[in-house]
Design a protein around this ligand. Sequence first.
Ligand code: PGA
Length: 301
Amino acid sequence: MLHLTLRQLKIFESVARLLSYSRAARELHLSQPAVSMQIKLLEENLGLPLFEQIGKKIYMTEAGREMYYYSKAIAEQLGEAELVLAELKGMERGNLKISVASTANYFATQLLASFRQNHPQVTVNLDVTNREALLGQLEQNEIDLAIMGQPPDGHDLIAESFMENPLVVISAPDNPLAGQKRIPVSRLANEILIVREAGSGTRSASERFFQTHQITPLRGLVMNTNEAIKQAVQAGMGLAVVSLHTVSLELETRRLALLDVEFFPIQRHWFIVHRKNKRLSATAQAFKRFLLDEGKAKQAD
Ligand code: PGA
């Protein structure tokens, strides 16, 4: 085992890099005799000379060069450890700025609650908004992470899918279509559809679906929350295409019916998204990892 101190290693690294006792002394705010003394002690401990003086110049010996290689590596590792520990300290009291699509809010709050059980000191700033607004917030670098449907290409974003998001057709329980098997998708062309506001991911995905199947349902009402849509459907004002996440309670209590329409559910996914060049804080990285793991665990269920 080598006998040396980190202080000696630091002094040695400086002398070896600058090849000068006096410049190393200046850099380290020490006196030159203090620097020479530490190098002498180090050489004694190692049992080999690290420098040799020829004329007025000093040179590294072979042992010096070897030692210089390792001292640089050790200094780098120590610097890295310092950074990681500082980040971990930061994480305990860290801050998470996250925005979720309004539809994702039906499960996101639950996930945040489980995350905070293991990180009780983390402060969470949660914004609930629609897809269009989320893309704007990412663009303006206003948030760490977003939970949303697949973002479009060309926004310089990293997006990883972590959970399925099936879109289904719902009606009031007393609608004549409720309980029917394999309703042809063309049948929806005669129905009034209650839709989300422009900018909603659910709305654009269902519009794409209807375009593909060349159907134009009668658009009855536009509403900017899933809650309002569910109330309107319950009241018999029309049908709606919504994420299955938003209606589990109403389906269980039979306040809404799930229609068995051909080609449904529309298969979508939830993504955890951030800007490509964003340096995620330790807290944001931990939350992202947590979401990806939770998603995997749910899929395995
Ligand atoms: P929302 O959902 O904007 O319809 O709430 C997000 C998405 O599906 O991308």
